[in-house]
Ligand binder design. Structure first.
Ligand SMILES: O=C(O)CCC(=O)C(=O)O
Length: 222
């Protein structure tokens, strides 16, 4: 028998959703993100937080029926959207994100992130990389932080067993839902063109947490 979505998630720490959005929907989200960012000063970190807070299109995407179905299968019936961010790599912001667990950034209850390709992504332009099964324990994040690229919590590359890494080459619209202890990173973008991704974070609405200032647009999925 095929493992269920929840079983796969529990074993690997992630599940892949091919074409969660159509290429046209991914293009529309990218255009909307570009318009939002044009209204703001955007720094070189390659991260812009809070798209759903500004855009009904992003709110619609955050509660897409297929996504809600998968999140409820993993989390249970009370699923809270917390916030989203655009992680944009381009010709000038081209560094690979270092290995890390998102849990380091928020603590509290465990959360799920959904990384969604807004451009086709592969090893040449910075696709996501994950370490299956690494979500079962918290790792020590004592990597060197001297490059000014954000990601204050990170592991040294040498702490990662390279033989276990799985790359996630994605067509735009593909998504990966992952546990906040799953170790992940991305390749540098050596292509000179865009590699934009949307990352949305969700939690079990029944679990207590501190007030998170970053979760300004939180809402419960229907
Ligand atoms: O798309 C990427 O480069 C990964 C970004 C990431 O892991 C994060 O922002 O937590």
């Amino acid at each position: 028998m095929e493992p269920s979505t929840k079983e796969t998630f529990e074993q690997q720490g992630y599940v892949i959703l091919k074409q969660l959005y159509t290429p046209e929907e991914a293009d529309a989200l990218k255009a909307e993100a570009a318009a939002i960012m044009a209204r703001h000063a955007v720094d070189k970190s390659g991260v812009f937080l809070g798209l759903t807070a500004e855009s009904p299109l992003f709110k619609e995407a955050a509660r897409a029926p297929e996504l809600a179905r998968v999140l409820k299968a993993i989390i249970g019936s009370s699923v809270m959207f917390m916030n989203d961010k655009l992680v944009f790599k381009n010709a000038s912001t081209d560094f690979g994100s270092p290995w890390h667990q998102d849990y380091s950034y928020w603590h509290g209850s465990h959360k799920l992130s959904v990384w969604i390709a807004l451009d086709d992504a592969d090893a040449a332009n910075g696709c996501l990389r994950v370490l299956p099964g690494s979500h079962v324990s918290a790792a020590s994040h004592d990597g060197e932080v001297a490059d000014d690229n954000g990601f204050i919590y990170r592991l040294d590359e040498t702490d990662i067993d390279a033989s276990r890494i799985v790359d996630f080459p994605a067509a735009k619209g593909d998504a990966i839902v992952f546990h906040d202890l799953l170790l992940h990173a991305s390749y540098p973008n050596r292509s000179g063109t865009d590699r934009w991704a949307l990352i949305s974070t969700y939690k079990d609405g029944t679990q207590p947490d501190p007030e998170y200032g970053w979760a300004e647009a939180a809402f419960e999925l229907e």
